[in-house]
Design a protein around this ligand. Structure first.
Ligand SMILES: NC(=O)c1ccc[n+]([C@@H]2O[C@H](COP(=O)([O-])OP(=O)(O)OC[C@H]3O[C@@H](n4cnc5c(N)ncnc54)[C@H](O)[C@@H]3O)[C@@H](O)[C@H]2O)c1
Length: 266
């Protein structure tokens, strides 16, 4: 079956995804949603996709909308996507730590028949988390380890002297909900773990600055009635954006190919 999709955002994820979709007959990109001032920009074109600035302008046969634009864009467009009954596939999961926003989307989706999927993004192990979550209580801990410089411009600067670190240093321990509040630009992985597992308050998080690290690392540890597991990823970033791991793009592609590899909220 062919999916007719729209993508919100025309940044690193979208451009890499489009390059990977070339020649894929099962996915047709009908629209790309960008900020109004970017419509008509010289580099804003891709095959016969029409660039628009609102969900109301999408082609009628678009059935799936991919969000790859950030928390503010998700807040701006997600309500319109689910109100239109389309399948929403999102990357900026940190925005869902706002319960009122998330529950509102879920309620609308139930009314319209829309689906909401959070792609696995930079990590894996969502299947194991979701399985254990059905079976009963589980303790889930996520550790995010990034090069010291990656934490510049965040509250980490008030916890440690990032330029003086000589060893990996934990500067934050708390819940996935607190990560979303304090470190919104780094909240997506913790949020995705929380959504697959025991939720934003019960999922605990450590954030570490490592002066010798070159790449981001993500560790998910879970212990529940079915047993325990530990899943560690070292993420190779996109060449065009050191903040985004390549896995994120290919988790979207994997979802488009198989309909799986996500946390489904509705
Ligand atoms: N779940 C994960 O593991 C994971 C991993 C990486 C990134 N992400 C999310 O994906 C987002 C996109 O990543 P990226 O690397 O492509 O970022 P990017 O900065 O390269 O691109 C974002 C694009 O979205 C556009 N945009 C911003 N606000 C918009 C709006 N309101 N409407 C339309 N377009 C808008 C920007 O102009 C830009 O072109 C990130 O902000 C992050 O929230 C999630």
């Amino acid at each position: 079956m062919t999916a007719n999709i729209a993508i919100i955002g025309f940044g690193s994820i979208t451009r890499t995804l489009l390059a990977s979709l070339a020649g894929n007959g099962a996915v047709r990109v009908k629209n790309i949603v960008v900020r109004p001032e970017r419509i008509g920009a010289p580099d804003h074109s891709w095959q016969d996709a029409r660039f628009v600035s609102s969900i109301g302008e999408l082609e009628a046969d678009v059935d799936t909308v991919i969000e790859a634009a950030g928390h503010a864009a998700l807040r701006q467009h997600a309500g319109d996507v689910v109100a239109s009954g389309r399948r929403l596939v999102l990357a900026s999961s940190g925005a869902l730590a706002d319960d009122a926003f998330r529950k509102g989307l879920e309620k609308t989706a139930r009314e319209t028949g829309a689906e909401i999927h959070v792609v696995s993004g930079a990590i894996g192990a969502l299947d194991a988390l979701a399985t254990a979550q059905i079976a009963g209580r589980q303790a889930v801990h996520y550790t995010g380890i990034k090069p010291s410089r990656a934490w510049r411009g965040t509250p980490a600067e008030h916890c440690v002297d990032l330029d003086a670190l000589e060893a990996p240093t934990t500067f934050f321990t708390g819940s996935a909900r607190e990560v979303a509040r304090l470190y919104p630009a780094n909240a997506n992985v913790a949020a995705t773990v929380a959504l697959a597992g025991p939720g934003f308050d019960a999922t605990t998080v450590s954030l570490i600055a490592d002066p010798d690290a070159a790449l981001n690392r993500h560790v998910v540890e879970a212990d529940g009635v079915l047993g325990s597991f530990r899943f560690e990823t070292t993420a190779t970033p996109l060449s065009i954006n050191p903040r985004t791991s390549g896995t994120t793009v290919f988790s979207i592609l994997s979802f488009l190919n198989s309909g799986s590899n996500s946390v489904r909220l509705v």
